[in-house]
Structure formats: C-alpha cells, structure tokens
Write a protein that binds this ligand. Structure first.
Ligand code: UP5
Ligand code: MG
Length: 190
C-alpha cells in the first residue's frame, strides 16, 4: 500500500498520441506530479539497474514489462512525488497490469484520460521525434500499435464501463489539444 492517499489520474492513449506532451502541460498548469511509466523504465536501463537488460529487451520488442517491475517503480515514485495529485502516464498497459496495480497498491484511479488519435498521425509523430529511443523505428512501432489495440484498449473499456474515462480528441496542435484537456481539469477543480 501507499504511504499517503493521492488523487490518481491514469493517462492512456496509443504510442505517440501525446501523453507525455500533455502531461507536462497539466503538471505545470495544475500542480500535478507527472510519472511516466515508460520514463521510469528507461531510467532503469540507463542506470544499469538489475532488471535493466530485461526491460530493454521488452521495450525493443514493443511488449509489456512484467507488472511487478513497473508497479515497484510507480509505487516508489508516488511515495516520493512532490504533489499528492498524480498523473500516471502510460500505465496500466494491459488488464494484468491493472489488476496487479489494484491488488498491490490498493488504489483505483480517480480519473482516466484517453487520448484518441489516428494511427497514421501517431506513426508520423513518433518517426519525427529523433530522440534515440530504441523503440522509435517502424518495425517496433507496428508492434507497439498492436499491443496497444489488443491489450491496452481493454483497460480503457474497463474504466469506461465504470464511468471514469474522459476521452479527448488528440488531433491538432499540442496547444489545441491542451485547450480540451484544460477544460476537463478546470471542471474537476471546481
Ligand atoms: N507531438 C506531441 N503532440 C503533438 C501534436 N499535437 N502535434 C504534432 N506533434 C506532437 O509525443 C510523441 C511525439 O509527437 C513527440 O515528439 C512530440 O513532441 C510530438 P509524446 O507526447 O511523446 O507522446 P506519447 O503518447 O507520450 O508517446 P510515447 O512514444 O511516449 O508513447 P508510448 O506509449 O509508446 O511510450 P511509453 O514511454 O509510454 O512506453 C514505451 C514502452 O515501455 C512500451 O512500448 C512498453 O514496451 C514499455 N512500457 C511497459 O512495458 N509498461 C509500462 O507501464 C509503460 C511502458
Ligand atoms: Mg511518452
């Protein structure tokens, strides 16, 4: 369990849908802590942590890292976050992730945001990122898209059935998208 009771928002959407970009904006406008599950995993690789090699192999294949690894990193990050309002970007990625998180961290998200974006737009964005990510090549992108569709969408559907999902049109410029996101956060603040 956690050492405090935070307000948790899961931020979901396909690869390149703009989760990281929008989370940065939400964090600075509304005082949230931004925890990117993918970033936490990439830090394990670059710091040569015990599971670094395993994580690298999974990410390179566009597959999902074992829940216990990711959940351990997220739990630690929540407990040391500077805010009790938390954005968890890019997790849970599958029903098994979700169920394990609820079981071991013993919280449910207060809110789930889903960024909806056409595949061709996501691919275009990722291919122009140029930040040296080992999964930003067409071959891995295709696998990431499949995993998203087959394993991550059921998580979105689960939370939709509980009325927790706010779907956001993730096309247009980053600022246009943030105008949509901002309205949501203003409405939950008041
Ligand atoms: N960009 C952003 N918004 C734009 C806009 N409106 N118009 C034009 N360009 C825009 O954006 C992607 C790129 O597009 C950037 O260059 C940005 O400037 C530009 P970004 O905000 O980075 O999108 P995001 O949705 O965050 O894309 P990302 O590639 O990070 O998504 P993924 O979900 O694929 O990556 P993540 O880091 O979450 O996961 C990577 C891998 O880690 C997974 O494939 C998986 O193998 C592993 N993983 C797990 O196993 N478990 C986890 O819990 C999490 C990750
Ligand atoms: Mg990201």
């Amino acid at each position: 369990p956690l050492t405090k009771k935070p307000f948790i928002t899961f931020v979901l959407g396909g690869p390149g849908s703009g989760k990281g970009t929008q989370c940065e904006k939400i964090a600075s406008a509304f005082g949230f802590a931004h925890l990117s599950a993918g970033e936490l995993l990439r830090e394990e690789i670059s710091s040569h942590a015990q599971n670094g090699e395993l994580i690298q192999n999974v990410i390179k294949e566009g597959q999902i890292v074992p829940s216990e690894i990711t959940i351990g990193l997220i739990r630690k990050a929540i407990n040391s976050a500077a805010s009790d309002k938390i954005l968890i970007d890019g997790f849970p990625r599958c029903e098994e992730n979700r169920i394990a998180f609820e079981k071991f961290v013993r919280v449910e998200p207060d809110l789930v945001i889903f960024f909806e974006c056409p595949e061709e737009e996501m691919v275009k964005r990722i291919l122009s990122r140029n930040q040296g990510r080992i999964d930003d090549n067409l071959e891995t992108i295709k696998k990431r898209l499949k995993v998203f569709e087959n394993l991550n969408m059921p998580v979105v559907e689960h939370y939709s059935s509980k009325g927790k999902v706010h779907k956001i049109n993730a096309t247009g410029t980053a600022d246009e998208i943030f105008d949509r996101v901002r309205q949501l956060f203003v409405s939950i603040r008041s």
